[in-house]
Design a protein around this ligand. Sequence first.
Ligand SMILES: Nc1ncnc2c1ncn2[C@@H]1O[C@H](COP(=O)(O)OP(=O)(O)OP(=O)(O)O)[C@@H](O)[C@H]1O
Length: 516
Amino acid sequence: MTVSMEWAEKYRPGTLADVVGHKKPIEQLREWAEQWVHGMPEKRAVILQGQAGIGKTSSAHALARDFGWEAIELNASDQRTAGVIEKVAGSASRMRTLTGVTGKRLVILDEADNLHGNSDRGGSRAIINVIKNTNQPIVLIANDLYGISSSLRSLCLEIKFNSIQTRSMVPALKEIARKEGIMCGIGVIEKIAENADGDFRSAVNDLQAVAMGRSEINIEDISTAERDNKESIFKVVGKVFKGKSVRSALEASYSLDETPEDFIHWIDENLPHQYSGKDEEAITSDIVDAYSYISKADRFLGRVRRRQNYRMWRYASTLMTGGTVVSKSKLRGGFVRYQSPSLWRRMGQIRSKRNMRDNIAAKVGSHCNESMKYSRMGLTPIYASLLDDDDYAVDVVATLDLNVDELVQLKGSKKVTKKIQKIYDAAQQLRPEIVPGIEFSGRPVEKAPKKRPDQLSLDSIKSPETKTESKAEVEIASGEKPVSAPGPGDRTVASGKDAPAKKQIQKKPQKTLFDF
Ligand SMILES: Nc1ncnc2c1ncn2[C@@H]1O[C@H](COP(=O)(O)OP(=O)(O)OP(=O)(O)O)[C@@H](O)[C@H]1O
């Protein structure tokens, strides 16, 4: 097994045919390159846009190789001043390539959504000028189009790279494992691909990490690797709180698989737990000092979000880790069980509660032909109060098609109580059948006659006799013999045979709120 070289580099696709997924964008890229072969395309530059690690840069290099072009890559760490860009892709480059061979040169500008910093001074303007005049193909690579000016965008053909689907990654990962002589147990590759969330580079990195020192990988090894990653965050947090070397804390934080956006929450959550003891005054002062650095780091994170300039993450990291390290008046050891950020849990809870509240309001709104916003404010509380009456409650749940969690929330309860479960079960039997192709609006168009709450209540599902009474009620109300007995099973679309029964039931005077 070779571990000396990164597999992601080793298995970088050599030609466009080796690129995993991206059928359509690769086709677009090829067509654009063909136009260069036969002359000059309308757009002399393309922007390959998509999340990191999905093969944009590799595709650009593979394109150059397939077409026999020299590739020159300028990434954000290069000095992308107007002069440099002009030199590489401007008028001089029209004569011949760097190697002296006359032919096309593919200029690849990585991180094109990041052309703001000092080193890129004039970069954006220079690229615009170069694109207008060049006779060399130019590829811009960007995670996000928002960081690129509209005047630059208008000169480029935009090609979107989507994240790679798990099922496309699996055969490619299996092939890498085979070439590396690694045996993989059932589901191993699928799990790695799933965890990567569309990012093929991280899938390859994960495969390499878990294969290190093994010739066989089983599914349990993957869970261990996931746990190792979690352990490493605890180690880094420990280094920040307990160590005195800014450098080693910073280096440890860079090795993490967490962004500064996430890491700051770990520090924020655990700082007060780590700094505890009897010397209250010193502790308070250390905590205040550390938080003053953390808040400055947070300001940088805000700037990164607003300007999409990820270079400033560096300052944020230095402030939050280095700042916390230097703000200790003395070293504090002691074991502390670090917690994952509670803010995430709270946000998750709030978000899911809010989503549920909106779902309920949308269902009420749909039933009453009102907007979700209006029903959230005005109507939902009314429906909530109807739940106090068990019979209405069953009808409300069935009519609005509430699920059990929504019922719990609308009832203002904290959990599924026995009563709530009973209401829900009763509603399941009353629930109208949804006619395919017709969206449920609380009033399905064609369905078997819906039983009224007075026909099916909590009690009525308890004893079969009560159901018989209900049949009798229909008979009395219609003055005719009922065609079929309404029971839990008869929630099908009304057939011609059922039609008379439906007609009779519609004649019945309104008895409940939902009888319209
Ligand atoms: N679609 C893909 N097909 C084959 N290999 C891929 C693909 N996507 C990523 N890889 C692997 O991941 C590595 C990184 O890919 P690449 O640099 O092309 O991604 P990117 O989208 O340009 O990411 P970034 O925006 O971070 O530069 C490659 O060396 C390759 O091993």
